[in-house]
Design a protein around this ligand. Structure first.
Ligand code: WTA
Length: 691
C-alpha cells in the first residue's frame, strides 16, 4: 500500500485515510483529512521534471548539493559555523549546534543554538551593509495601493527610521525582552517597526491587519504587549481599513495592559478616534528622536518575536523564535533558495502579518543586502495586471508568491501577463500550500517564459524558514514537488506507529533533529509545545503534514492531516471557527471542515445545528458569517453554511468529521464504514438538506 501512485486522482483514498477509517490507532485524531494532491481533471498524469538554463551562483549541480547536505547533517557544528561567519557576532558563540533534548521520553524539550554568542539581527540587516558601503542602495521599495504612489528607502534611510523608532520605544519604557504589538498596513513602517524592536531586544508580535478586534485583543493579551504600533488605517484596493478603530475596540477588552498606542497617520485614511494620554502620533513623536540608536547585543537565544498561528484546537498558538538560529536560517535559505545577492530586486507578495512576511520579506532579503519590494495594495487592483506591472516597474528578479494568487491570475487571462515586460525575472517561488501542476505550468511557461526555475518552498510558522525546497537550477524540478531538504534539515516519513519508512511511499512528515530556526516554545505554554509537536511521534518534530516520497527521494507534500485548513494560504484552525460560530445565541453546535476551492485551495464549510426556537433563515446565515468576521477576521468567513438537523456522532458523542468532509465534497458514495454512528439516519438527513 505504500507504493507511490503518481496517477492518483482527487477522490482516491490514501493509506493514511484508510488507516484512520479502519483502525483505532492512537494517531486517529491526527489523521482526519485524506491526503491528496489537488489536481484538475486531466492533470493526473505524472509530469516530467522540468529543466531550466538557470545556473546557481553557489552550487554547481546536484552532487555538490548532496555533498553539502551530507556535511550539514553529519557535522552541523562545522557547517553552521561556516554559515555563521557570514554574520556579525559581537561575542563569538561557544557551541554552535543544539545540545539539548529533542525526545520527550528523555525529559523536557529544549533547543539551543549558538550558545554563548551575542549578536543583533537589525545590526546584521542594516549596519553591517552600511559599513561595507551599501548604505545608498535601496533596501525597501514601497509600492502603494494606487499605481504611481511609491517610495524608495535606502539602507541608510531605513537605518535612520529604525533608530528613531527604537529611541522612541526606549523613551517610552520599552526595554530588552518587552513585547510590542504591531498592527500596521503594508507600509515601509511595518518592517521598520519590526527592525526597531529587534534593535533594542524588544519582542515583536505582528498581528495581521485582517484580524478583527477580538482576535487582536486576545493576541495583545497573550503576548503581554505594553505598546501597540498601528496606523489610522490602510487601503486595500478601493476599501479603507480602519485599523485604529479596530485597535480601540480591541484594547477596550484588555484595559490596563497597553500604556501607549503609536499611530502612524496614513494620509489615505486621515481620521481616527483618540484616547488622550495613551495615543500619540508617529509623525510628531519620532521627528525629534535621534537617527542613531545604540544596538542592544542579545544572546543567541534571546526571543526575537512571537507570531500567532492556528492549531487543531482552541486558542491560537504564540510561536516563539529566537535571535541567532533564526537569523542564520533566514539569511542562509534566502541566499540559497532565491540565489539572492546584494542589489537584487526581490519581491515577496506576503503580508508581514504572516511568517512569510517576517522571514522572506523583511529579515531574509535584508540580511542579504537586497532590495525588498513592499506592496501595500491588492494584486488585482486596479486590474489583473498589477503584479506584472510591478515586476516590470522595479525589474523584479525573484518573485515569491502563493498558489492561490497564481490561480486567481490564471483565471484573469494570459493577456494581463504578456502585456508587461518580465525579462528581469530569473527565479519564481511559491509557498503556503501544495501547488497544483496546472498552476505550476502556467507560472513556469506564461509568467517565466520557460526560463525561470520554480522553487516550491515547504515550511511553516514553526520552522521559521524553508525546510524542504528546490534549489534553483540545481536539479530538474517536477511540478508540484517541494523536493529535497534544505541544509541541516533531516526530514523523515513515518507510519502511524511512528516508524521511519524507507524508500518510496507515503506517510507523516516529521523531522529527526533540531535545526537552527525551529520554534523554541509556544509563548507561555511550553507543555502545549511539547504535546503538539513532540508527543505524536517520540523523538521527532511532527509537522502536521502528510507527504509522499518518490523513488528519487523527493518529497511531495500532500497537505495537513489535522484540523488545520489553508484558505488562500491563510492558516485557519477549524476549532477556532467553530468556537466563533457557537457564540451565536441560536447556534447549538457547529462543525467546520475544509472543501476544495478552485482559487483559494481550500474553503470553509460549516455545518450548523440550531437551538430550539430558532429558525433557519438567510438573515441568520449572515449573522453567523458576521460573527466569524468579528471574532477572527473576514478571511476566515465560511464559504458554505449547511443547516444540520443533527451531526453524525459516534456513540461516545464524537463528531465524525470524515463523514462531514465526504458530504461536503459530494463524495457520499465513499462514506466508508458508518456502523459506529449513534444514529446513521443523520447522514441521509444531511444529504437531503444540502444547500
Ligand atoms: C502548508 C506558511 C505544500 C503546509 C509558510 C504547512 C505547504 C502550512 C507549502 C504552514 C508547500 C506551506 N507545499 N504545503 N510548498 N508551504 N505549506 O504556518 O500545510 O502559515 O503545514 O506557514 O502550509 O502554514 P504557515
Amino acid at each position: 500500500h505504500c507504493a507511490l501512485s503518481a496517477h492518483r486522482t482527487a477522490g482516491t483514498r490514501s493509506f493514511l485515510s484508510r488507516a484512520w477509517e479502519l483502525s483505532e490507532q492512537p494517531l486517529k485524531k491526527l489523521v482526519r483529512r485524506p491526503l491528496r494532491l489537488r489536481l484538475e481533471a486531466g492533470a493526473h498524469e505524472p509530469m516530467e521534471p522540468v529543466s531550466t538554463p538557470y545556473q546557481h551562483s553557489l552550487l554547481k549541480d546536484r552532487s555538490q548539493y548532496d555533498a553539502e547536505w551530507r556535511r550539514s547533517v553529519e557535522d552541523p557544528a562545522g557547517f553552521w559555523g561556516d554559515m555563521a561567519s557570514n554574520y556579525h557576532w559581537e561575542q563569538q558563540f561557544e557551541t554552535n549546534h543544539q545540545s539539548e533534548n529533542f525526545d520527550v521520553r528523555k525529559g523536557k524539550i529544549f533547543q539551543k543554538w549558538f550558545r554563548g554568542g551575542k549578536t543583533n539581527l537589525t545590526y546584521n540587516c542594516l549596519d553591517r551593509h552600511i559599513e561595507r558601503g551599501l548604505g545608498d542602495s535601496p533596501a525597501l521599495l514601497w509600492e502603494g495601493n494606487e499605481p504611481g504612489t511609491d517610495k524608495v528607502l535606502t539602507y541608510k534611510q531605513v537605518h535612520a527610521a529604525v533608530c528613531q523608532l527604537a529611541n522612541w520605544l526606549k523613551a517610552n519604557g520599552i526595554t530588552k525582552g518587552d513585547a510590542v504589538a504591531i498592527y500596521l498596513p503594508m507600509l515601509p513602517e511595518l518592517p521598520i517597526a519590526m527592525l526597531a524592536c529587534a534593535r533594542i531586544g524588544a519582542v515583536h508580535s505582528v498581528i495581521f491587519g485582517g484580524f478583527s478586534s477580538d482576535a487582536l485583543a486576545s493576541r495583545v493579551k497573550n503576548c503581554e504587549a505594553k505598546v501597540v504600533i498601528t496606523a489610522t488605517g490602510g487601503m486595500r484596493g478601493k476599501k479603507a481599513i480602519p485599523l485604529k478603530r479596530i485597535v480601540d475596540k480591541g484594547l477596550a477588552k484588555v484595559s490596563g495592559l497597553v500604556s501607549k498606542v503609536l499611530v502612524y497617520k496614513n494620509p489615505d485614511v486621515p481620521e481616527c478616534d483618540w484616547t488622550d494620554g495613551r495615543d500619540v502620533w508617529w509623525q510628531d513623536e519620532l521627528a525629534s528622536q535621534s537617527t542613531d540608536c545604540a544596538v542592544e547585543w542579545v544572546e543567541s537565544e534571546h526571543p526575537l518575536f512571537t507570531l500567532y498561528t492556528s492549531g487543531s484546537t482552541g486558542q491560537p498558538k504564540g510561536v516563539l523564535h529566537t535571535t541567532g538560529g533564526y537569523m542564520l536560517m533566514a539569511g542562509t535559505t534566502t541566499r540559497y533558495v532565491f540565489d539572492l545577492q546584494p542589489g537584487d530586486v526581490y519581491w515577496c507578495t506576503a503580508d508581514c502579518g504572516w511568517i512569510t512576511g517576517h522571514t522572506y520579506l523583511t529579515y531574509g532579503p535584508l540580511l542579504n543586502g537586497a532590495a525588498s519590494v513592499v506592496f501595500e495594495g491588492q494584486p488585482t487592483y486596479p486590474d489583473a495586471g498589477r503584479v506584472w506591472a510591478i515586476v516590470q516597474k522595479y525589474k523584479v528578479k525573484q518573485l515569491y508568491t502563493a498558489p492561490t494568487l497564481i490561480r486567481a491570475l490564471i483565471n484573469a487571462g494570459d493577456q494581463w501577463v504578456t502585456k508587461y515586460d518580465r525579462s528581469s525575472l530569473a527565479i519564481l517561488g511559491t509557498v503556503g500550500e501544495p501547488i497544483n501542476p496546472i498552476a505550476w505550468q502556467w507560472y513556469h511557461e506564461v509568467v517565466g517564459e520557460g526560463r525561470c526555475p520554480i522553487v516550491d518552498t515547504y515550511w511553516q510558522t514553526e520552522t521559521g524558514a524553508h525546510i524542504i525546497t528546490p534549489l534553483p537550477g540545481v536539479w530538474p524540478q517536477p511540478p508540484g514537488c517541494a523536493s529535497l531538504p534544505f541544509f541541516g534539515v533531516q526530514p523523515v516519513m513515518l507510519n502511524e506507529k511512528g516508524e521511519e519508512l524507507q524508500g518510496a511511499g507515503e506517510g507523516f512528515l516529521a523531522v529527526k533533529a533540531s535545526w537552527p530556526s525551529t520554534l523554541r516554545t509556544l509563548f507561555g505554554d511550553h507543555a502545549r509545545y511539547e504535546t503538539t509537536y513532540f508527543q505524536p511521534f517520540k523523538g521527532y518534530y511532527f509537522t502536521g503534514d502528510g507527504t509522499r516520497r518518490d523513488k528519487e527521494g523527493r518529497y511531495w507534500i500532500t497537505g495537513r492531516v489535522d484540523d488545520v485548513i489553508n484558505v488562500s494560504g491563510h492558516r485557519i484552525g477549524t476549532a477556532e471557527v467553530e468556537a466563533a460560530l457557537t457564540e451565536h445565541p441560536g447556534c447549538s453546535e457547529a462543525a467546520v471542515v475544509g472543501i476544495e476551492h478552485a482559487v483559494k485551495g481550500q474553503g470553509l464549510y460549516a455545518y450548523i445545528t440550531l437551538k430550539e426556537g430558532h429558525e433557519y433563515t438567510d438573515a441568520l446565515k449572515k449573522e453567523l458569517v458576521n460573527i466569524v468576521r468579528s471574532q477572527i477576521g473576514a478571511f476566515a468567513a465560511p464559504d458554505v453554511i449547511h443547516w444540520a438537523p443533527g451531526l453524525p456522532k459516534t456513540r461516545s458523542g464524537k463528531i465524525m468529521r470524515r463523514v462531514l468532509r465526504k458530504i461536503a465534497a459530494k463524495e457520499e458514495s465513499e462514506l466508508g464504514d458508518t456502523s459506529t454512528l449513534a444514529d446513521p439516519a443523520v447522514v441521509d438527513a444531511l444529504i437531503a438538506n444540502r444547500p
